[in-house]
Design a protein around this ligand. Structure first.
Ligand SMILES: Nc1ncnc2c1ncn2[C@@H]1O[C@H](COP(=O)(O)OP(=O)(O)O)[C@@H](O)[C@H]1O
Ligand SMILES: [Mg+2]
Length: 312
């Protein structure tokens, strides 16, 4: 059977190229997948890591968070990603969305991807879910970190991401919906292991939670442990709830950029005195930004430790 050109077929070479690929996944929507993808990528990029984000979402909220929605030179609505998977040609990322941060955009073009995958599953069986892995490998090798933002309630595209990921990061809210979505990911993870033996669980991140709700945090920790057979792979870092950040997100600025904008804006009385009406940026983004920074440190140290252990 003929295979698309450009696929990296060799499993060891592929695993090496994909060793810093993280899939951010939860079957449930609204649990922070896109916010965490964007902010983790932004934090790592501003710390000097070369970062690539792959957006597997038809809705492409990431384009809003990073501010490239409808910018024709960047926002191809998922065309590059779809074409790469269909033809097997390596993909060309959209460069420098921020310093050190490149993107493979998602969007409406991805509606066709599920159909393409169904045909491929008929032809190749489970190994069809390696389609993204094979085509991402040559590109991923150029980056220190590759983060895949996965869609909710689309097991085909989630399995495609799990076929390409070395690591799985699962955001959840403390409610039962998020935890149930996380349990479903745990099941898909076991399935993905058959075609992608390198895959590992990076951890679970509690998103948009009260910083003082320690009892609730403990309950979620128990549920997470139950879903993963005893150990709780929950990150120390929590992303705190902020109504302000929720309102200000989807407008092209990440939490640390909102923080910077709040610092840079003129004093409120200056604007008043000059008779200007300007929209003020709230400084409350600073605490959420520090959560993302702490998460980036935790994630990057887990990766570094795992790589050190692999070379011993
Ligand atoms: N720190 C925060 N606290 C509360 N809500 C937030 C915070 N950050 C983002 N949000 C909001 O949470 C919603 C869901 O987040 P999102 O990252 O889109 O989840 P998913 O990708 O899992 O669907 C968004 O509407 C966003 O505005
Ligand atoms: Mg999302």
């Amino acid at each position: 059977m003929s295979r698309p050109d450009g696929w990296v077929e060799d499993e060891a070479a592929r695993a090496e190229a994909l060793k810093r690929v993280i899939a951010v996944v939860n079957e449930k929507g609204g649990v922070g997948k896109t916010s965490i993808t964007g902010n983790l990528a932004g934090q790592a990029a501003s710390a000097g890591y070369r970062v690539l984000v792959v957006d597997l979402n038809r809705q492409a909220n990431l384009a809003q968070d990073l501010g490239y929605r409808h910018k024709p030179e960047v926002d191809d609505e998922g065309a590059e990603l779809l074409t790469a998977i269909m033809t097997g040609q390596p993909m060309t990322p959209m460069k420098d969305i921020r310093p050190n941060l490149d993107v493979i955009p998602g969007g409406t073009q991805l509606e066709n991807l599920t159909g393409v995958m169904l045909t491929r599953i008929q032809n190749y069986g489970e190994t069809a879910f390696l389609s993204l892995a094979k085509v991402l490998a040559p590109t991923a090798a150029d980056y220190d970190l590759v983060i895949i933002d996965c869609p909710p309630e689309n097991t085909i595209l989630d399995d495609l991401a799990l076929g390409a990921a070395r690591w799985v990061l699962i955001p959840t809210k403390s409610d039962d919906g998020g935890v149930e979505g996380m349990r479903l990911v745990a099941q898909r993870f076991v399935k993905a292991r058959k075609i992608n033996p390198s895959i590992g669980l990076l951890g679970v991140v509690l998103f948009a939670t009260g910083t003082t709700s320690t009892q609730i945090h403990a309950q979620v920790r128990e549920k997470v442990a139950a879903a993963f057979g005893g150990q709780s792979p929950m990150f120390q870092t929590l992303i705190r709830h902020s109504e302000r950040v929720a309102v200000d997100s989807r407008k092209g600025r990440l939490a640390h950029e909102l923080e910077q904008a709040a610092k840079d804006q003129p004093q409120w009385w200056q604007a008043l005195r000059e008779g200007k009406r300007i929209e003020r940026v709230s400084p409350t983004a600073a605490s959420v930004s520090s959560d993302y920074q702490a998460l980036a440190v935790e994630v990057l140290s887990v990766l570094a430790t795992a790589e050190q252990e692999a070379t011993v």
